[in-house]
Design a protein around this ligand. Structure first.
Ligand code: ADP
Ligand code: MG
Length: 328
C-alpha cells in the first residue's frame, strides 16, 4: 500500500484545454521526489489538487487510507496532513521568527508549542534568529521560516511549489541540500516542484517529468538521462547533436571525445569559455552544427578535429517529430 497515491487525475480549467491528463503517481513514506516541467505544464494545478485545494474533473488522491476531498466536497478546504508551500507564502511581518513558526500551533498547550518551535528552529539552524523579524532575514532564511511554519503542525506530506525561485543560485543550492538532509532525518514525504533541472536533481534523484499536463517519463535521473523515451526528456539534460547517418540517434556534448585523427571530422567555428570546459561549436561534413565540450581547453577556432564516442552513450529515440529538430 503506497502512502501518497494520485490516481488518474484530469483537469480542464477551460473547455478544450487540458491542464492535467490522467496523472498517476505514488510516493512512499519518507520519499522525496522532484517533479519538473516548464511553465504552464500543470505543476501548480497538480499540487493544489493533491492538497485538496482545487477541484479535479476526474481521479482521486489518497493519503494512506484517507481519500483527499476537494473544495466542492469539504467545507473547509485543505488538510493539516498535507502542506503546500510556494513562493508567496508570506510571513507575518510584525511577528518574530519564533511567533511565525508557533502560529499554526495556537490551539495546542504552551509547553508543547515552545518545545516544537525550539526543535524546528534547531533543525533549520535558525535558533539565533528566534526573536528577529522577517525583514531582518535573507530571502533564503525567510523561506526556511515559511517551511518551518508549515512543518510545525507535523504534516505527513510537504508539497513545495517552486518555493526558491526568488533566491540566487548559490543560496538556493545550499538551502536545497540543507532541506534534503532535514527531510531525510524527519522521514518527511516531499513532492518538490520546479522548472529547473539542476534544482530538481539537487533535491532528489527520483524525477517525474511533466509536459503539457502529462507525465512523459519518471524514474531515476540517471536512467532518464541514458534512456530518455522522448525528445523532450532527452533534451532537458543537454544539447543533442544529431548523428546524421543514423535515424533517431543523438550524442550529447559531454560524451564526445576529441581526437586529432580518426573518424567524424569537423571544424571548430566557435569557442566559449565556460566554467567546467570550453564549449566548441563544430561544423560537421554535411554542414550539421554540433556542440562539443573541450575539457582540456586545447582546441582553437579554425582547427580541424575528429570526434569519437562510445556507441553505448548514443541516445536513440524511436520517434522524433520533425518539429523537435533544429532547422539549419
Ligand atoms: P505550472 O505551475 O506548471 O506553471 P499551472 O498548473 O499553473 O502550471 O497551469 C497549467 C495550465 O492551466 C496553464 O495553461 C494555465 O494557464 C492554466 N490555469 C492555471 N490556473 C488557472 C485558473 N485558475 N483558471 C484558468 N486556467 C488556469
Ligand atoms: Mg506553477
Amino acid at each position: 500500500m503506497s502512502y501518497l497515491k494520485v490516481s488518474d487525475i484530469s483537469k480542464q480549467y477551460d473547455q478544450g484545454s487540458d491542464a492535467l491528463v490522467n496523472i498517476s503517481l505514488t510516493l512512499e513514506k519518507g520519499e522525496v521526489v522532484s517533479l519538473i516541467g516548464e511553465s504552464g505544464s500543470g505543476k501548480s494545478t497538480l499540487l493544489k489538487i493533491i492538497a485538496g485545494l482545487e477541484v479535479q474533473d476526474r481521479g482521486e488522491v489518497y493519503l494512506g487510507e484517507t481519500r483527499i476531498l476537494n473544495p466542492s466536497q469539504k467545507l473547509v478546504s485543505g488538510y493539516d496532513e498535507i502542506k503546500l508551500i510556494h513562493q508567496g507564502n508570506h510571513l507575518y511581518p510584525n511577528s518574530t521568527v519564533g511567533e511565525n513558526i508557533s502560529r499554526p500551533l495556537l490551539m495546542y498547550d504552551k509547553a508543547y508549542r515552545e518545545e516544537r518551535v525550539k526543535l524546528i528552529l534547531e533543525m533549520l539552524n535558525l535558533t539565533s534568529f528566534e526573536d528577529k523579524y522577517p525583514r531582518q532575514l535573507s530571502g533564503g532564511q525567510q523561506q526556511k521560516v515559511a517551511i518551518g511554519r508549515a512543518m510545525s503542525i507535523e504534516p505527513e506530506v510537504l508539497l513545495l511549489d517552486e518555493p526558491f525561485s526568488s533566491l540566487d543560485t548559490i543560496q538556493k543550492r545550499e538551502l536545497i541540500e540543507e532541506l534534503r538532509a532535514i527531510f531525510d532525518q524527519m522521514q518527511m514525504t516531499v513532492l518538490f516542484v520546479t522548472h529547473d533541472l539542476d534544482d530538481a536533481l539537487m533535491m532528489s534523484g527520483n524525477l517525474v517529468i511533466l509536459q503539457k499536463g502529462k507525465i512523459v517519463q519518471e524514474g531515476k535521473a540517471e536512467d532518464i538521462f541514458r534512456n530518455p523515451t522522448t525528445y523532450y526528456t532527452a533534451k532537458l539534460f543537454s544539447h543533442l547533436n544529431i548523428i546524421s547517418d543514423k535515424e533517431g540517434a543523438f550524442i550529447r556534448p559531454m560524451d564526445i571525445l576529441i581526437k586529432n585523427k580518426g573518424r567524424n571530422p569537423g571544424k571548430v567555428s566557435e569557442k566559449k569559455f565556460l566554467i567546467h570546459f570550453n564549449q566548441l561549436t563544430v561544423i560537421m561534413p554535411e554542414g550539421e552544427i554540433w556542440k562539443v565540450e573541450d575539457k582540456e581547453r586545447t582546441c582553437e577556432v579554425g582547427e580541424d578535429i575528429y570526434l569519437d564516442w562510445d556507441k553505448n552513450k548514443e541516445v536513440c529515440l524511436s520517434f522524433v517529430s520533425s518539429d523537435d529538430l533544429p532547422t539549419s
